[in-house]
Design a protein around this ligand. Structure first.
Ligand SMILES: *Cc1c(COP(=O)(O)O)cnc(C)c1O
Length: 380
């Protein structure tokens, strides 16, 4: 099996597994207990908090642990909206957000909030000027994803952050795909709330975090989970120490390896694209040429049905849409928002590489895809 679906999830790095194991066994204490074993667990959680904060230029007290980016997005949107209820009521987001942003927004509409869904251009980019034009005196929050999970387009985060700050609007970004792949500085980017997920960068599934700015401005949220008041009251529940430790180590690893991995991914992705393109000049990239994730490649191969290709290439794991839209067997709303019709969307595939991807794997993928593309195009 050759795995080329790192945008969906990544394997847990061996060093992450090794760091987690003691906290499932010998060191199983509750990090809120005040005995020595509890203190040890709390120290491990604090260390992890610091490693995560360092990766994004935040402070440890600005990291709230959650079960993943889905929960972080829900907490950011629902928690900040309910804090603002009765005051301002307009939220701005985009049409290509992950369902864990779009569905909370829909829910907020049913509660009386107004939501504007900004369009994107053919590269999947939100136009910051269009954002600024849609601001009203009632706008209190903008939620725009850092990088898109299907096409890898990285939004104009600096500009969006600047505009949001100028209008006193809080800026939330779903950075599940960006953390660990591109440098992030929450201060320079004027980010107030940011969602992260460990399993997208070689950490375990089921753990994530929400960055919540602590000063200028101090952001305050109402919880969506009520209980013992852990995580400064924003997310109750006993902390999952082993997974949190794993997320911290995963952050340290990407922090150290990012420049080198970024370069390697870009070279490999470029190679895949060029060799597929050489075989079929009609092939097109979906997404932006430069503002893009280094490890993602979404392409349209005219005349080749993506479901057929996936069946033919059973030894390879790549994707014909996001894991979420495949679940419902609907054409990608992201590609549709970028102007592709259903017929073209059925010719699109997403390939995403990672830490364990080798040159040999890439070569064998390119050989197979070129073989089947020829077969399909000659039949049609
Ligand atoms: C994977 C992903 C999520 C969901 O993260 P989970 O931790 O799996 O809940 C949210 N947004 C984006 C952009 C993602 O890629």
């Amino acid at each position: 099996m050759i795995y080329l679906d790192y945008n969906a999830t990544t394997p847990v790095d061996k060093r992450v597994v090794d760091a987690m194991i003691p906290f499932f066994g010998i060191n199983f204490a509750n990090s809120a207990s005040d005995h020595s074993m509890g203190v040890e667990a709390k120290n491990a959680v604090d260390k992890s908090r610091l490693d995560i904060a360092n990766l994004i230029h935040a402070k440890s007290n600005e990291i709230v642990f959650t079960s993943g980016a889905t929960e972080s997005n829900n907490l950011a949107l629902l928690g900040f909206a309910s804090k603002n209820k009765g005051d301002k009521n307009h939220i701005i987001t985009s049409r290509i957000e992950h369902p864990s942003v779009l569905n909370p927004c829909k829910h907020l509409e049913s509660l009386g909030f107004q939501v504007t869904y900004l369009p994107v251009d053919k590269y999947g980019l939100v136009d910051p000027d269009v954002f600024e034009d849609s601001v009203t005196k009632d706008t209190f929050l903008i939620s725009i994803m850092f990088a898109n999970n299907e096409v890898g387009t990285i939004q104009s985060i600096y500009e969006i952050g600047r505009i949001a700050r100028r209008h006193n609007i809080l800026f939330h970004t779903d950075a599940a795909q960006a953390v660990g792949y591109v440098p992030i500085d929450v201060d320079k980017m004027n980010i107030d709330l940011m969602s992260m997920s460990a399993h997208k960068f070689y950490g375990p599934k089921g753990v994530g975090a929400l960055f919540v700015r602590s000063r200028i401005p101090r952001v305050s949220l109402l919880p969506i989970v009520f209980g013992g008041g852990q995580e400064r009251g924003m997310r109750s529940g006993t902390l999952n120490v082993p997974l949190i430790v794993g997320m911290g180590v995963a952050c340290k690893l990407v922090h150290k390896n990012m420049p080198e991995e970024h370069k390697r991914f870009k070279v490999l992705v470029q190679k895949i694209y060029e060799e597929i393109k050489q075989n079929n000049l009609e092939v097109k990239i979906n997404g932006h040429d430069i503002q893009r994730l280094p490890h993602n490649l979404n392409i349209e191969i005219p005349g080749v049905d993506n479901k057929w290709l996936l069946l033919k290439m059973k030894d390879f794991c790549f994707s014909t849409g996001s894991a979420c839209s495949v679940l419902h067997d609907e054409p990608s709303y992201v590609l549709s928002a970028m102007g592709l019709d259903r017929k073209r969307i059925n010719n699109c595939i997403r390939i995403s590489i990672g830490r364990d991807t080798t040159d040999e794997e890439v070569n064998s993928f390119v050989d197979d895809i070129n073989k089947y593309t020829k077969e399909s195009v000659s039949v049609n």
